[in-house]
Design a protein around this ligand. Structure first.
Ligand code: 6PG
Ligand code: NI
Length: 188
């Protein structure tokens, strides 16, 4: 009745976890997420892969843990860097740990009241996502940004409010610089 322990090597170059469940998110899966709709529609002709997730997940039970790598590709829609959808956990008080493996980027975090934080990430960066904070990763570099996430098996994903309202900050490139600025479309 005890589960078998798992020891597995992540391919640090590609982010692949052997035997993991693979999820692919293309640009067409991110409709309505980016500010520049003309740039979005132009890029949609190629419908590039924005990110892939390799997840090892358990039954949704309290006390157990899931882990997953994400491979977030480089790119921009207009000025905005490619990002993951971003979510609260369905059980909103479930925390999470991220660990940077390869490439360059960061995490946008946000409270339910819309207070945002930006944490730059690179290989070796640990990010603690406290209970109740929504989280989205952003690739600000020119190679895939790869990281590991470890999260409670019963956390779940609540995409709804981020899909509707986004984050109060956006991450853009302006004059060759990475800038974290107020989201002009954000409403309280
Ligand atoms: C999780 C993690 C992480 C995340 C991926 C894709 O809770 O499972 O935060 O694995 O799901 O990086 O991001 P989205 O779930 O926001 O698309
Ligand atoms: Ni999460």
């Amino acid at each position: 009745e005890y589960k078998k322990p798992i020891g597995i090597n992540i391919d640090l170059e590609t982010g692949v976890i052997p035997g993991a469940k693979k999820l692919v998110r293309r640009l067409s899966d991110l409709k309505g997420y980016f500010l520049d709709e003309d740039a979005y529609n132009e890029l949609l002709k190629d419908d590039p892969v924005v990110y892939e997730v390799y997840a090892v997940e358990q039954e949704e039970k309290e006390g157990d843990l899931n882990f997953a790598t994400t491979v977030l590709y480089p790119g921009k829609v207009g000025k905005e860097f490619f990002f993951t959808k971003g979510h609260f956990h369905s059980k909103a008080d479930r925390a999470e740990i991220y660990y940077g493996i390869k490439g360059k980027g960061g995490m946008l975090l946000q409270t339910p009241e819309g207070e945002a934080e930006w944490i730059p990430m690179g290989p070796g960066t640990v990010v603690y996502v406290p209970p109740y904070w929504a989280h989205r990763t952003v690739n600000t570099g020119d190679e895939p940004f790869i990281f590991l996430a470890v999260y409670p098996a019963d956390a779940g994903h609540d995409y709804g409010s981020i899909k509707d309202k986004g984050f109060s900050k956006i991450v853009i490139e302006e004059n060759g610089e990475v800038k974290v600025v107020d989201n002009p479309r954000w409403k309280e």
